[in-house]
Design a protein around this ligand. Structure first.
Ligand code: NAD
Length: 445
């Protein structure tokens, strides 16, 4: 592909990652075709509607659907005969009933794409995959593509954060490019030219390192969260203050304060499945012990959900027959993503234990209701809290962080709050007469 001017880009898979990438590639000046197997998603995107919540993305999609630079289709053939560069952004969820990554979509999308390619092209993997996948897909592409075209593969893992996906794509904090040939790296330099500043680190490496960088980053972030949460088990027992502890160690620049917020733990469509898939992959490689610590990271994380439920039960003196408001069921604020969400898990456990649960989330109600239709969902914080015996804060949306006792004093049945994200001031709520507990803080009622 050397010396080629890149004009047309396809993005295969138009979920959180793919839809963002497609819109941002159009913003960078390319003609873009988004391809997905889900006709409803494609129909919505073609109208300029985003079927999920991501700040700034609807505007960008609409802008480029209107300009004609961004189109969506279910027709892979159309992409294969048209684009110079194809990004693979399909899902790699956890396999049902196991801990490995399910690569069915990546394999199917890559094979279908390779078969449809009729002009020289670069296929670029962006999905998060177990190490060794790129090398295998490289062979698959060679087998499935026509001998008349030159098709190569690169691996370019994605680090965007939901909630900041557009800015992370248009101004990435680093780019990691795994290739087998210098020419392929040049193609990607051309693609990303306008997203780079003079200082953007450009990390050019092999397939294996590129794949591992992504899972290493997620494993590190998960470990940091579980590290502080393990300490919060101790501060809960002895009466320390986990936030002060996090602030104090966070001042050490070698440690840093980010991702040291104790609470109900991590979730979402990435960290939990990625640390499980990594352990599974290294075991397959015969490295049984090198990642076993991640099992502990996972267990610490899951214990926090249990702890939130136990604390709620303790505060209420039993769950059956109580009314509980759960505030926040997305796995983090600024998203509508409820995949493996700690808040939703806690809400469901409270319900299963006999509580009457009313959920309010600014963006997540609809997705949550699809997963757990038996929970009650309401459209405002006040409706959720009305006549509640307990309010549980499970996702740190700004709306919840700004809560004061005044907002709820007259609304609830009993002034009782469990802050499972450690974002409110215990002094303020206790001074107002509330029975108040936080994860990471000693509780004695
Ligand atoms: P998603 O479930 O939102 O989207 C995946 C999309 O792929 C869906 O729309 C699905 O219909 C489509 N798809 C499945 N099979 C297909 C096929 N054969 N052909 C075309 N389309 C197909 O998932 P996501 O959150 O966008 O994640 C995608 C990948 O990106 C995963 O590997 C994930 O780990 C990685 N990733 C996600 C994020 C994030 O914040 N969401 C960040 C970095 C990396």
């Amino acid at each position: 592909m050397m010396g080629r001017v890149i004009k047309n880009i396809s993005v295969i898979g138009t979920g959180y990652l793919g839809a963002t990438h497609a819109a941002c590639m159009a913003e960078l000046g390319f003609d873009v075709l988004g391809v997905d197997v889900d006709p409803e998603k494609i129909e919505a995107l073609s109208r300029g509607d985003l079927p999920f919540h991501e700040p700034g993305l609807p505007e960008l999609i609409r802008k480029h659907v209107d300009s004609g630079r961004l189109r969506f289709t279910t027709d892979m053939e159309g992409a294969g005969s048209w684009a110079d560069v194809h990004f693979i952004a399909v899902g790699t969820p956890q396999v049902a009933g196991g801990t490995a990554a399910d690569l069915t979509a990546v394999d199917a999308a890559t094979a279908a794409l390779a078969r449809s390619i009729t002009k020289d092209a670069l296929v670029v993997g962006k999905s998060t995959v177990p190490v060794g996948t790129a090398r295998r897909l490289q062979r698959l592409v060679a087998e499935e593509s026509s001998d008349d075209v030159e098709v190569s593969l690169a691996w370019n893992p994605e680090f965007l954060r939901e909630g900041f996906a557009v800015q992370d794509t248009l101004r990435p904090d680093r780019l990691v490019i795994g290739t087998d040939a210098a020419d392929d790296e040049q193609v990607l330099r051309e693609v990303y030219a306008d997203a780079l500043t003079q200082d953007t680190p450009w990390i050019s490496t092999d397939f294996e390192t590129a794949e591992l960088v992504k899972v290493a980053a997620n494993a590190f972030l998960a470990t940091k969260i579980s590290f502080i949460n393990a300490f919060s088990e101790v501060t809960e027992a002895v009466g320390g203050d986990i936030r002060t502890l996090a602030d104090a160690i966070g001042h050490d620049t070698r440690i840093g304060r980010k991702f040291l917020n104790a609470g109900v733990g991590f979730g979402g469509g990435c960290l939990p499945k990625d640390i499980r898939a990594l352990q599974t992959r290294v075991s397959e490689l015969g490295l049984d012990h090198s990642m076993t610590f991640l099992n502990e990271v996972d267990q610490i994380n899951l214990r926090r959900r249990e702890r939130a439920v136990t604390l709620a039960e303790q505060m209420l003196g039993g769950l059956p027959g109580t009314r509980i408001a759960v505030l926040g069921v997305t796995f983090k604020p600024l998203s509508d993503d409820v995949r493996d969400s700690p808040g939703l898990d806690v809400a469901n456990r409270l319900y299963t234990a006999g509580a009457d649960v009313l959920v309010y989330d600014p963006e997540g109600n609809e997705n949550a209701a699809k997963r757990f239709p038996r929970l009650g969902y309401v459209d405002s914080l006040r409706e959720a809290a009305a006549d509640a015996d307990l309010v549980v804060l499970t996702t740190e949306w700004n709306e919840f962080k700004a809560l004061t006792p005044d907002d709820l004093d007259e609304v609830v049945a009993v002034q009782r709050l469990l802050d499972a994200r450690n974002v409110l001031s215990a002094d303020q709520w206790q001074a107002a007469g509330w029975q108040f507990a936080q994860l990471g803080r000693y509780y004695d009622d």
